[in-house]
Design a protein around this ligand. Sequence first.
Ligand SMILES: C[S@@+](CC[C@H](N)C(=O)[O-])C[C@H]1O[C@@H](n2cnc3c(N)ncnc32)[C@H](O)[C@@H]1O
Length: 276
Amino acid sequence: MNPAAQTELRFEFGENWARYLAHLNQHRICHAEHALQNLVGDLRGRSFLDAGSGSGIHSLAAVRLGATRVHSFDLDAQSVSCTAELKRRYYPAADYWTVETGSVLNADYIRRLGRFDVVYSWGVLHHTGHLWKALEIAAEAVATGGLLVVAIYNDQGAWSRYWRRVKLVCNRTPAALRPLYAALVMAPVELRELAKAVLRLRFRQYFDRWTDHYSPRGMNRWHDIIDWVGGYPFEVAKPEEVFDFYRQRGLTLEKLTTSGGSKACNEFVFRRITLS
Ligand SMILES: C[S@@+](CC[C@H](N)C(=O)[O-])C[C@H]1O[C@@H](n2cnc3c(N)ncnc32)[C@H](O)[C@@H]1O
């Protein structure tokens, strides 16, 4: 068992999401929308389950892309508040968009929600403390012919063990000191990126990472760093392990974007061919 599951030590993602919302703008929302559309195609008239909705930006993107039932849930109360805040800001009257507290590890809860055309659980299941159980339960919510989107941290062996330790220490550090801790831990990574940019005469490319130009999936660099250094429990998987796991459960792989061997997430889109 993952040691985090024993200690119940858990990063409070919602605090970071609440700060991120102050930086949310149309530009980031459009990025999130394009990223989602690239993954799942046309969402018009489809149902969408956002399992571990975090800030809620991807639920918002699903609504904007025409999903006719959106259900967002998260374990963390502040993440739920962030998602609810986005609903209040942009679609207060959307009775087809539900936001609530829930856990992807609660099989009864997920079963009660029914099946969805798209189940989206990006960067969530590896933070539950029970990765394989979470992968199993999330897949059960996918309707026949529907899509499952998951992003799971890449298994880098010894490096992954190093990062788990870094995250554990972060979560044992007083909250006020965590930004400093994150900055120190990430300094070598950032300096390496800066050195690469200098050698390639691409300063602009490096500094753009700290502005609105950097917006993969609508995210923001500093909040990504806090999320990465703090994100605990932390589990990892090799792409082929996730592929095999779902193949045995009647899901076929439609798209895979690997992390290129880095510490980032491998992103999968599976289609459910048969009901389990
Ligand atoms: C890295 S964030 C990703 C948020 C969002 N999916 C995104 O792509 O931006 C991980 C989220 O998973 C949530 N989470 C962790 N364990 C969970 C669980 N058992 N059930 C539901 N959500 C969970 C956290 O509270 C956090 O908001």
